[in-house]
Structure formats: structure tokens, C-alpha cells
Design a protein around this ligand. Structure first.
Ligand SMILES: Cc1ncc(COP(=O)(O)O)c(C=O)c1O
Ligand SMILES: N[C@@H](CCOP(=O)(O)O)C(=O)O
Length: 523
């Protein structure tokens, strides 16, 4: 019972009419949990503090029922508006409408009622978000839904489809930073250590939750579909399967890893392997979703970015709301770089921090339309035909979010870098040799860091975060090829192939001695 007051914290402390309105919060260390307990009219509030935090819901209740029992109203809301709209524009759509493009055919953005959010000061939001970390409270235990008021404020917690995603590890790359870059404040945000092994879970929980709501409202959504280079499809199929919603995925044949291909198959999606590249699949899914009652799940749909932006908020939170100098994100369809910008920008606008980091978007040289655009000083953008790359999830030549990415980079004093195949594979191998197990896309981001350190743009003392977007286990074939030196025209300088040895003591001793001597000479 006592813990109910803790559970209620997040709701009660958000009520503008509550006696503890944020304007009256002390600016020093406030936590909503403490405030709610001490101000609660709940008689159990007089119990000793140790008991207050103990929580056991009735045996016949699950965490969703419990959330339902504690739900209450608030004044937060959000709508779709044309992306980067003229301030005089009045065009807007309810999030319950099925709309992906503005009237003029441009991108959309989810716009929050910032005035309502601003009624609460930065300290309030920090304390609220901090109070929710690491819990199993539905839905706030999720790193995405712990920021629900800034993500999808109006959705009923009952409609949310979540795998308690987010809250991913921010890894201090101590040895890699020191050994390869002379840096002591280098961090890797492991967004790929996640339910389906990539950052896509962050956006997909939001999109599938909204679809769940639409279907309960009897809106015409028979299934959800996407084009994918392997990670969006994995996330879509998992979240849809969890909610019992049909999913349809368009995959470019022979261009994604086996691990990624098997994910939607296992999750029961309808999988189309199409003889084209990702851009071809994207074109097809756009045409199909315009004709059939299939909801579009790619990041063209701005709902996805609302979830993805929470990774930026989480980084600030993990640094105790101190702002890093640089954040480096690998870019393909280019929704994520904007999502990061949006997360950081919201934190600044709502007073949680006083600046935002400089953003770097990193592309594979074989699929580099944004890099070329940046190098031309943002003159006319030209899509490219994306070539094969080990960073297969960013093999994209005609990114749908190009305008969002340019906006994010211009407004964060950002930079675009590129990585050749050899550079990205060497960077991945070096990072792995220091205890990571990253994907090739993270190799692209690390290459950007290496280049910017070598040119002196990033200083040795700059606090830098590299966003790791997928789990290395999805891309083991690329690592096998590298370590067996089987890649044409690549030296594979950091290959570490296994040693074949006869099954006898003498042979094993011989190779071991040789190995230990080589290590000893390096001491
Ligand atoms: C592993 C991985 N990294 C990076 C990206 C790039 O993200 P975005 O398409 O949002 O630029 C993607 C997907 O495109 C991805 O799957
Ligand atoms: N890498 C992505 C490509 C599609 O990006 P999206 O963010 O627009 O869905 C994938 O894994 O499919």
C-alpha cells in the first residue's frame, strides 16, 4: 500500500492544480517520490520510510491493471505539423489521423504543446525522469515511456506496447579512447543492446503503441509495414507480434544479414524479399501504404522519432544532466540524427540544460549522399545509387529524412564525415579488441571520430559520445570475413584468426610459448 504513493508520484506531481506545483518547487534537490510521500493524504504516508518504498500489488492484478488504477488526467498534448513550418502556418493534424506528409508533400513533425510543458521547470522534469529509471512500473520503467509526457502524452498507458526498451548502457571506452585517440572522456551509447538489437526499438514502441490505439478506435489499420535494411523490420515485427498486430516487411534481397533476416521470420511477419535495394523497397512501401490499410512504420512517419529522441535525453540524464561536447551518429535514412537533435533541443528549451552538443553524422563512403551535400556547402541535394557496404543497414542513397538531417546539423554546428570500407572495418576491429563487440555502423561513427581527432576538430579532453546503433552479434559474418582476411582489396590489419593446432600437449605448448613471448616483448 505504501508504495502506491510512490507509484502515484509521476501522475500526482504532474497535476497543475496539485499543491506542489513546479513553480513552488525548491530549486535544490527535489525528488517527486519524496515530495509525494510527504504531501500525500494517503494515511500510509505516516509509515516508516523503509516501508513506504516497498511495493506489492494485489495478487490478481498485473502491472497494466495497476497502471490503470492509478491513471489520471493532465494537460499535455501533441499534434502533427509540417516540418520546419512557417510560424504563420495553421496546418496541423491529430496524432489519431493517418497522415505521413504535409499538404505540400513535405515531411511532418510531432509538435508538443511546449507552453503546457513549460509550466514545469527543468528541475522538475529532471527529478521526474530520474525517479522512473530502472523500475518495472508500467510503462515508466521503459527508457522511452519514462519520458511519456514528452513523447506521446495523450496515449492511455493501457494501449502501450513496450518491451521496457531504452535505458541502454553508456559505456566508458576507457582503453579504446586512451590507446587509439588519446582521449579520457570517450563514451559509447550502446543503443544496440536492446530488445531486438538496435536503436529501432525506441521508435517502434511508440509507433506500434499508437497503432494499437488506432485499432482499438476502429480506425482502418489492418497491418503495419516497412521497407528495411534489417533493423526496422526486426523491431516492427517484434512489437507487432507482442501486440498481435500483423506486420509486413519489404527487404532488399541478399542485402541484409542472416541474423536480421531471421528476426521478422521468427516473429511471424509477412516477409517479402524483393529484388531491389532499400531505396527501391522504400518506394514500393510508400506506394502500397497509399493504397492499402497498412500503416507505414518507416521514419518518414514522424511518430518513430519521438521514441528515438529519448536516447538523447537519456545521454544527458546518464551524465547527470551535463552536456557532452560531441555526439556522433551513423546516418542512413537520416531520421535518427534529427531525433537526437530534437531530444537535446527539447531539454534546452525546457530548461534541463543550457546548451546542446555538436552533432556529427557519419556515413559509409559507398552510401554518402549527406556527406556530398555537406561538402557542397548544402547546395542542391542529389540522391546517389548506394553501393555495397559492410555497414549494410545504412546502404541508403535517397534518405527520406534529408531535410530533417540538414536542419539538425545546421542548428547544432554539426559536421558530416564518411568512412571507407577499410576504415570502418579497421575501426570496428580495433574497438572490438578493447572489449566492445560493435556493428559496422558504429565502425563508421568511430572512423568519423578518428578523422575529427586527427584534424584537431575534436580535442583530447572533449567529452564525446559515439552512438552505437546495433548489436555486433547481428553482423558476425562481416567480422568472420575480416578476421579470416577474406575481404578482397582489404589488408585486414587487425585480423586475429584462430590458430589451428594438433591435439597434443607439445604442439599446444609450442604455440602458447610463441604467443606469450610475443606478448612479453610488448611489455
Ligand atoms: C544499425 C543502424 N545504424 C544506423 C542507421 C541509420 O539510422 P537512420 O536511418 O535514422 O539515419 C540504421 C538505419 O538506417 C541502422 O539500422
Ligand atoms: N536502417 C533502417 C533503414 C530504414 O530506416 P527507417 O528509420 O526509416 O525505418 C532499417 O533497419 O531498416
Amino acid at each position: 500500500m505504501a508504495a502506491c504513493s510512490m507509484f502515484r508520484t509521476s501522475y500526482f506531481s504532474l497535476q497543475p492544480h496539485h499543491p506542489l506545483t513546479p513553480h513552488r518547487f525548491p530549486t535544490t534537490h527535489f525528488t517527486p517520490i519524496e515530495a509525494t510521500i510527504s504531501s500525500s493524504s494517503d494515511p500510509t504516508a505516516t509509515a516508516p520510510p523503509s516501508n513506504k518504498l516497498k511495493h506489492r500489488r494485489p495478487a490478481d492484478e498485473n502491472i497494466r491493471d495497476e497502471a490503470r488504477r492509478h491513471s489520471s488526467s493532465h494537460n499535455f498534448s501533441a499534434t502533427y505539423v509540417p516540418f520546419n513550418a512557417d510560424p504563420t502556418s495553421t496546418e496541423s493534424y491529430s496524432l489519431d489521423e493517418i497522415v505521413y506528409r504535409s499538404r505540400s508533400g513535405g515531411l511532418l513533425d510531432v509538435q508538443h504543446d511546449m507552453e503546457a510543458l513549460k509550466k514545469f521547470d527543468g528541475q522538475y522534469w529532471k527529478s521526474l525522469f530520474d525517479s522512473r529509471v530502472g523500475k518495472t512500473t508500467w510503462p515508466f520503467g521503459s527508457g522511452v515511456w519514462s519520458k511519456k509526457e514528452w513523447v506521446l502524452p495523450e496515449i492511455d498507458s493501457d494501449d502501450i506496447v513496450s518491451a521496457f526498451e531504452g535505458n541502454s548502457n553508456l559505456f566508458w571506452a576507457e582503453r579504446y579512447g586512451k590507446q587509439f585517440l588519446g582521449m579520457h572522456d570517450l563514451w559509447v551509447k550502446h543503443c544496440g543492446i536492446s530488445h531486438t538489437g538496435s536503436f529501432k526499438d525506441l521508435g517502434m514502441t511508440v509507433l506500434v503503441s499508437q497503432v494499437n490505439r488506432l485499432r482499438k478506435m476502429n480506425r482502418p489499420v489492418v497491418g503495419v509495414g516497412c521497407a528495411s535494411t534489417g533493423d526496422t523490420s526486426a523491431a516492427l515485427s517484434a512489437y507487432c507480434a507482442a501486440a498481435g498486430i500483423p506486420s509486413i516487411v519489404f527487404l532488399p534481397a541478399n542485402r541484409i544479414s542472416i541474423a536480421q533476416l531471421v528476426q521478422p521470420i521468427a516473429n511471424g511477419a509477412f516477409v517479402l524479399s524483393i529484388d531491389t535495394d532499400f531505396d527501391g523497397c522504400m518506394q514500393l512501401i510508400r506506394e502500397v501504404t497509399a493504397e492499402l490499410p497498412i500503416y507505414l512504420a518507416n521514419s518518414l512517419n514522424s511518430l518513430r522519432l519521438e521514441g528515438q529522441k529519448t536516447a538523447a535525453i537519456e545521454i544527458l540524464q546518464q551524465f547527470d544532466w551535463e552536456v557532452p561536447d560531441w555526439v556522433i551518429v551513423p546516418g542512413g535514412n537520416l531520421g535518427n540524427i534529427y531525433a537526437f537533435y530534437k531530444g537535446f533541443h527539447m531539454c534546452k528549451e525546457l530548461g534541463l540544460v543550457d546548451r546542446i552538443p555538436r552533432l556529427v553524422c557519419a556515413q559509409a563512403a559507398n552510401a554518402n549522399p549527406l556527406y556530398l551535400h555537406f561538402k557542397s556547402s548544402w547546395k542542391d541535394f542529389k540522391p546517389v545509387k548506394a553501393g555495397t557496404t559492410f555497414a549494410s543497414a545504412i546502404q541508403i542513397g535517397d534518405p527520406v529524412s534529408i531535410d530533417r538531417a540538414v536542419f539538425a546539423l545546421k542548428n547544432s554546428n554539426g559536421i558530416v564525415e564518411e568512412a571507407t570500407e577499410e576504415e570502418l572495418m579497421d575501426a570496428m576491429a580495433q574497438a572490438d579488441s578493447t572489449g566492445m563487440f560493435i556493428c559496422p555502423h558504429t565502425g563508421v561513427a568511430l572512423t568519423a571520430l578518428i578523422k575529427l581527432r586527427n584534424s584537431g576538430v575534436i580535442k583530447p579532453t572533449d567529452r564525446t559520445v559515439v552512438v552505437s546503433t546495433a548489436h555486433g552479434l547481428k553482423f558476425t559474418q562481416s567480422k568472420i570475413d575480416y578476421h579470416s582476411k577474406e575481404i578482397k582489396d582489404m589488408a585486414c590489419r587487425y585480423a586475429n584468426p584462430p590458430v589451428q593446432v594438433k591435439a597434443d600437449f607439445g604442439s599446444v605448448m609450442d604455440v602458447l610459448k610463441k604467443y606469450l613471448l610475443s606478448k612479453d616483448s610488448k611489455c
